[in-house]
Design a protein around this ligand. Structure first.
Ligand code: AMP
Length: 117
């Protein structure tokens, strides 16, 4: 069972922000912005590339509600989802990073310095 499925079923603790029947939001253990929350579907889906429109239809308003609860809906925020190896995905369970709480820089350099443009 993947680490985020273990968070869903309570085997691993998390710092919860919001929960619905289908989704869970919790603070990232290694925050990369003043606010860094992960939103996951409770159902195991490997990445955005495998997600169905039905699950996305539930996740979209949930993410908006999380942003409101974090009071970043008006100041602005970023949603990131990493997909697969070159996308930088470490946990193979679909998750949306919600980043905010400060003006964010835009930087998508490659980890391989030879591949930077
Ligand atoms: P990604 O690289 O897109 O797969 O992101 C995985 C994210 O999960 C990273 O930002 C990690 O810091 C975060 N993470 C891993 N384990 C946990 C955990 N137990 N609780 C909260 N966040 C976690």
């Amino acid at each position: 069972m993947c680490i985020f499925c273990k968070i869903v079923n309570g085997e691993i603790p998390s710092n919860k922000v919001l929960e619905s029947e289908d989704a869970l939001a919790f603070h990232d253990i290694n925050p990369k912005a003043p606010i860094h929350v992960l939103v996951i579907p409770k159902e195991h889906v490997e990445s955005f590339h495998q997600v169905t429109p039905d699950i996305m239809a539930k996740l979209t308003p949930f993410i908006q509600e999380v942003a409101k609860k974090l009071c970043i809906d008006k100041s602005g925020y970023r949603i990131v989802t990493n997909i697969g190896k070159e996308g930088g995905q470490e946990v193979p369970h679909l998750h949306f990073h919600i980043l905010g709480g400060a003006p964010l820089v835009w930087d998508h350099r490659s980890a391989d310095p030879h591949k930077n443009i």
